[in-house]
Design a protein around this ligand. Structure first.
Ligand SMILES: Cc1ncc(COP(=O)(O)OP(=O)(O)O)c(N)n1
Ligand SMILES: Cc1nc(C(=O)O)sc1CCOP(=O)(O)O
Ligand SMILES: [Mg+2]
Length: 356
């Protein structure tokens, strides 16, 4: 592999290759740690390890012997953003970016070193793009699986303050729902909410609007029965974003599962002014979901602290609310209350104190 290209370029070329082989291995190691300890995904961790091993094969003693860290001006160059990360998502994104850039360098300069190197690193760059997509999808599904409370927002002056207060209370799933504003406002609001949610490592979905979800790089979209088909939304959003579907009957549920939704809404449990004129599907439909839903599902519609125990008595384990949090005097406390009750019921069921 240590084939000489031109005597003059060799030390420079070797230093470039050494530095970028190091960069890819380090970046992949950081990603691998998250796959292993954060996501508990042996499969993804194994893929990172495999890539690192493949890279190590090219990182020969000869290339390493050209390293000269003391004279490298690049070691002093850091960007302020490198010193702070707002959350795991940003940390992963920064490291994927670093790995992909370094792979591109290896692909180009590698051509001057060995004909096989350019091809290998080109292939690896595409493998890393796919890994990034799979990891993102895995990450989103994992947060969804662990989310038991879902806040669906309503417009208002205190929107951002309320959502942040709920996030501080431990909320991990937020849907932006605004049926009245114009698109300019919707876009700006969705952008801000998306950033806010991601700062707290919470998922951010957009109600109805696939285009807005893509525009702000949201984690997914929530579609009603009258919105576009799931297959079409999937084509636009790709496999790594989440798609939720409202269901109001056993037939809706069956169809949403068949069509590939990632989660469903089950309701309205009670009649609610938030969706005035819509008849309640009732607790009977919630019981149907307990027995039949193979997807994560959220009971929604008129749920508050007073009727929460009745909803949970059906066997339900996830709820979505609008007014209970958006109209609360203390959204952090209400969020904490819901989350602690949802956790308590799950614990009692696990220990068979309550029936499943
Ligand atoms: C979690 C969740 N479930 C159901 C709905 C209702 O969606 P949809 O039927 O599309 O009605 P609108 O919200 O668009 O009025 C939801 N938004 N979220
Ligand atoms: C937006 C929405 N969708 C529903 C459904 O059943 O699909 S019920 C609902 C409104 C939920 O608001 P609140 O918590 O204020 O009652
Ligand atoms: Mg809708």
């Amino acid at each position: 592999m240590d084939q000489q290209y031109t005597p003059l370029a060799q030390p420079i070329l070797y230093r470039i290759l050494d530095a970028n082989l190091d960069r890819t291995r380090e970046g992949l190691r950081i990603i691998e740690e998250w796959c292993r300890f954060g996501l508990n995904s042996g499969e993804l961790a194994e893929e990172c390890k495999h890539l690192r091993q493949e890279i190590a094969r090219w990182h020969t003693m000869t290339l390493r012997s050209y390293r000269n860290t003391t004279d490298d001006p690049g070691t002093e160059l850091t960007h302020p953003q490198e010193e702070q990360r707002s959350g795991i998502e940003q940390l992963l994104q920064a490291n994927f970016c670093r790995v992909q850039e370094a792979l591109r360098v290896l692909e180009e300069y590698g051509k001057l070193y060995h004909p096989e190197m350019g091809r290998t690193f080109k292939q690896m760059r595409y493998q890393v793009y796919t890994l990034e997509s799979r990891l993102l999808a895995h990450e989103r599904h994992k947060v969804l699986q662990n989310s038991y409370l879902y806040l669906v927002t309503s417009p208002g002056e205190k929107l951002f303050a309320i959502v942040e207060a709920a996030l501080q209370g431990g909320l991990t799933l937020v849907q932006y729902r605004d049926k009245t504003s114009n698109d300019e406002i919707r876009l700006k609001t969705a952008q801000k909410l998306c950033q806010l949610c991601h700062r707290y490592d919470a998922l951010f979905l957009v109600n109805d609007r696939v285009d807005l979800a893509v525009a702000v790089d949201a984690d997914g979209v929530h579609l009603g029965q009258d919105d576009i088909p799931i297959q079409l939304a999937r084509q636009v959003l790709g496999p790594q974003r989440l798609i939720g579907r409202s269901t109001h009957s056993p037939e809706d549920m069956k169809r949403a599962i068949q069509e590939g939704a990632d989660y469903i809404g089950v309701g309205p449990v009670y009649e609610t002014p938030t969706k005035a004129g819509k008849a309640a599907a009732g607790l009977e439909y919630v019981r149907h979901a307990v027995k039949n839903s193979t997807l994560p599902w959220f009971a929604i519609g008129g749920i508050d602290m007073n009727n929460f125990d009745d909803v949970m008595a059906t066997g339900c384990e996830r709820v979505a609310v609008v007014r209970s949090i958006m109209n609360a005097e203390q959204p952090t406390l209400v969020t904490q209350y819901f989350l602690s009750q949802l956790h308590r019921v799950r614990n009692l069921r696990t220990h068979k104190v309550l029936p499943n």
